[in-house]
Every structure is written in structure tokens, then in C-alpha cells.
Design a protein around this ligand. Structure first.
Ligand code: GLV
Ligand code: MN
Ligand code: MN
Length: 416
């Protein structure tokens, strides 16, 4: 029996092939980006391609009622599987690696095991989960949250996108409204390889990262109702400018984050700002904004949410109607120290430099952590680890390093 080895070229070919689906040319840079927003036609095509690859690898594939796809490689014994995976949906301005590396990396692990004719005691399953990004239906980690029971199936299926299209119908349209039970029975362990999507590993000159957990995430959608008016004729003192209210909220969020009051790691982003009607000579009567707060400390996150809510009430005193709706919220999640130790030992043995770090981004792994021992491998990225952007790049070596550790970790976890 040969020692299984990752084929880096094959992994790159798979990543490049999948990245063609939903590819678009970024006007500013001329780079190719990826737009595979969840449950769009492009996502459907990507899903079908990866499902075909799973089938070609001899895996038995099942699709559950929220469209999560699982592919199983038999073990010598019919025990709980070791699960690995991620997502293949992307943000509309994405790159080739976010999520895809975890799914195609796990597929590369299976291909390497097959090539070396390695059997494992436990089955190995690969998953890709629905709408991890949350960019279309507003809630991130949607499929994996349903799989672990955090979000009820009916609620998830009823979510709507900005044009009123419903998850249930969109799943059916792309042929991924599966029939399998959406509740995943606890796997033996879950391990996910992902790009870091940040600058830490690259700056520290480390080959890889062992992920200790994921910080808390809180998303809101805030609607502001003011009063529309003519930009030339309406004195400043008589305006209720919803665009200005949006700007004040954004500024307040920024001040909160840099004040230190909510800890040194609080992050606040208003990524969506839509004044209406959005025209040069009209005072906006309405605005819709998004709020993304992150904090590794749950208590500090709660304090920040409360203070922001108070600020929104203050705006009401100035004559605005403000409605805030929580669209996603996850607490800080700590990963299994046992699985982290396996990953670190494999990195050590292979001679990689590495460090432990907490994830700034959300991941399907944080949902799986409520079901079974879980941890993640991070690969560094170029250009300060830029992600959710066409420039997103982990080199073939960085990808292969991470996936080879994924292989070794899965092999150990799948041995009884
Ligand atoms: C996932 O991409 C996130 O927003 O953290
Ligand atoms: Mn991701
Ligand atoms: Mn992402």
C-alpha cells in the first residue's frame, strides 16, 4: 500500500474548472472573479459539476431538504464518518478559493486515498453546504445551521432574497431540493480546510494556521424612514434626511469599534447603504443599511449591540422611524482542542511553520462544532489575504500544504 499523496496539479485543475462557473471580468482590474451566489443558475451548475466529480470518485451522494450535498466514501466499518467540506456558493464579487478549497481539497483527499488504495476504518464524507455566504438570503451558514438544528428547516426554506424569491423555490429551480433528512446525525469529527481570508499568517511568515474557533457575528438590516424633499428648496433645518441618518449610524459604529470600549478586536462594517430614491437632487426619504458586527467576546458583543440599539432610538427623537431586524447571529465558537492537537501534530511532523489563530470570518465548521469535535486548517493568502474579491489568491503550494494536512488529519481521525 503506497503512502497517499495530494496531487497539487489535480487540485489546481479542479479549482480552476470550478472557478470558470460564474466567472466574470472585474472591470477595474481586468481580473477574473467568481459570482456563484447561492441557488442561482451558476450555483446550480457548480453544484452539478462537483456532484459529478463526487460520483466519478465512486462516492454515494445524497442531497438533503435544504440542498446540502453529502458524498460518502465507505469505511471498513459502518461507523460515524469523518466529515470534511465547506461551501461552493460565493459572494457576488468572490474569488476561486473561499469555500471551494475546502470542498475540492476534501475531494482531493479522497482521490489520493483511492489512488494509494487506502481503506479507512471509518467512512469519510464530504459536504458542501447551502448559502454559507448569506449574501443572497441574508443569513450566513444557512445550510449547515439547518443541518445541526440551529435554524428550523421551514424558516430557512421561507427566507426571501431582495427580489422576493424564496429559498424553497430557488432550490427546486436548480434541482437541489433534496429529500434526505436535513438533520445530520453527529459525525465522528469534522475538519475543514479554508483560506485565512486575512493578513495574519502571511505577515507572520507561517506556512499554515490551526484555527482555535470563530468570533461572534451579528448582522442586522436597518430601515430608516425620513422625509423626501427637494434638494434645492428645502432648508437644512427642515429636513429629515434618511441618508444622513445612515451616515450617522455608520460613524457611530466606527467610533464604537475604535473606542476600545468593546475590546480591542471589535469590528463594525456597514457594507450596504441604499438611500432612496438615490438621486442627485432629492433628499433621501428612506434608507436601508446593513450592520455587520464581530467580536471574539460574547459579552462585549452584547454590550455593543445594546448601545447601537440605543443610538437608533436616539435617531427616532430626531424624527426618523428606524426599524432594525437581526438577520444573523452566532456566538463565539471554540473548536475542539483534540482535533486542533491532531492538526498541529501533523503540521509539526511535516515540518511546516504554523500558528494557532481565531477565525475572523464565519465558517460552516462553527455550526458543525455543536455536533462533533471540530477544527479547521487555514492556508495563508497573498495580497494581505484579500478575500471576497477577485484578487483572492492562495498559491498552489499554500493550497497543497493545507490539503496535505487535511489528508493526514482525516486519515488519523478515520482510524479507530
Ligand atoms: C463569511 O464569509 C463571513 O462573512 O464571515
Ligand atoms: Mn468561506
Ligand atoms: Mn466567504
Amino acid at each position: 500500500m503506497a503512502k497517499p499523496r495530494i496531487d497539487s496539479d489535480r487540485l489546481q485543475r479542479s479549482l480552476a474548472e470550478l472557478a470558470k462557473i460564474g466567472a466574470y471580468k472585474d472591470e477595474r482590474t481586468g481580473l477574473l472573479g467568481v459570482n456563484r451566489l447561492a441557488l442561482t443558475e451558476a450555483d446550480g451548475l457548480g453544484r452539478r459539476l462537483v456532484k459529478t466529480w463526487f460520483e466519478e470518485a465512486g462516492l454515494s451522494v445524497r442531497v438533503d431538504r435544504i440542498g446540502n450535498v453529502y458524498a460518502r466514501r465507505r469505511g471498513r466499518r459502518d461507523l460515524e464518518p469523518v466529515l470534511s467540506g465547506s461551501h461552493i456558493d460565493s459572494v457576488p464579487t468572490g474569488g476561486a478559493f473561499d469555500g471551494s478549497l475546502g470542498v475540492l481539497g476534501a475531494l482531493e483527499v479522497v482521490r489520493a486515498l483511492d489512488e494509494a488504495r487506502v481503506e479507512t476504518d471509518r467512512p469519510i464524507e464530504i459536504a458542501f453546504f447551502t448559502e454559507e455566504e448569506g449574501c443572497r438570503f441574508g443569513t450566513d451558514m444557512l445550510g449547515s445551521a439547518v443541518a445541526v438544528g440551529r435554524i428550523p428547516l421551514e424558516r430557512a426554506l421561507s427566507l426571501k432574497d431582495r427580489s422576493g424569491l424564496v429559498v424553497r423555490d430557488e432550490l427546486a429551480k436548480i434541482g437541489f431540493a433534496g429529500t434526505h433528512d436535513e438533520r445530520l446525525s453527529p459525525p465522528h469529527a469534522y475538519v475543514e480546510c479554508h483560506i485565512e481570508q486575512g493578513p495574519i499568517l502571511r505577515a507572520a511568515g507561517k506556512d499554515l494556521g490551526v484555527v482555535t474557533g470563530v468570533q461572534a457575528i451579528s448582522w442586522q438590516e436597518v430601515s430608516i424612514q425620513g422625509k423626501s424633499a427637494h434638494a434645492g428648496t428645502t432648508p437644512m433645518s427642515l429636513r429629515r434626511d434618511a441618508g444622513l441618518a445612515a451616515a450617522r449610524i455608520n460613524l457611530r459604529m466606527h467610533e464604537m469599534a475604535v473606542s476600545g470600549k468593546y475590546g480591542p478586536e471589535m469590528r463594525a462594517t456597514m457594507g450596504g447603504i441604499e438611500p432612496a430614491p438615490g438621486l442627485v437632487n432629492i433628499v433621501p426619504g428612506r434608507a436601508r443599511v446593513t450592520v455587520d458586527l464581530r467580536n471574539p467576546d460574547d459579552a462585549l458583543m452584547t454590550a455593543a449591540e445594546k448601545d447601537l440599539a440605543l443610538f437608533l432610538r436616539e435617531l427616532e427623537k430626531d424624527g426618523f422611524q428606524v426599524e432594525a431586524r437581526q438577520t444573523a447571529k452566532t456566538p463565539r465558537v471554540a473548536f475542539s482542542s483534540d482535533v486542533q492537537a491532531v492538526i498541529a501534530a501533523k503540521m509539526e511532523k511535516a515540518g511546516y511553520s504554523f500558528q494557532h489563530l481565531m477565525s475572523g470570518a464565519g465558517h460552516d465548521a462553527q455550526e458543525m462544532a455543536s455536533l462533533c469535535p471540530t477544527a479547521m486548517v487555514f492556508c495563508p493568502g497573498e495580497y494581505d489575504g484579500i478575500s471576497h474579491n477577485p484578487r483572492e489568491l492562495s498559491t498552489p503550494k499554500q493550497c497543497a500544504d493545507g490539503v496535505s494536512i487535511l489528508l493526514e488529519t482525516i486519515l488519523e481521525l478515520a482510524t479507530t
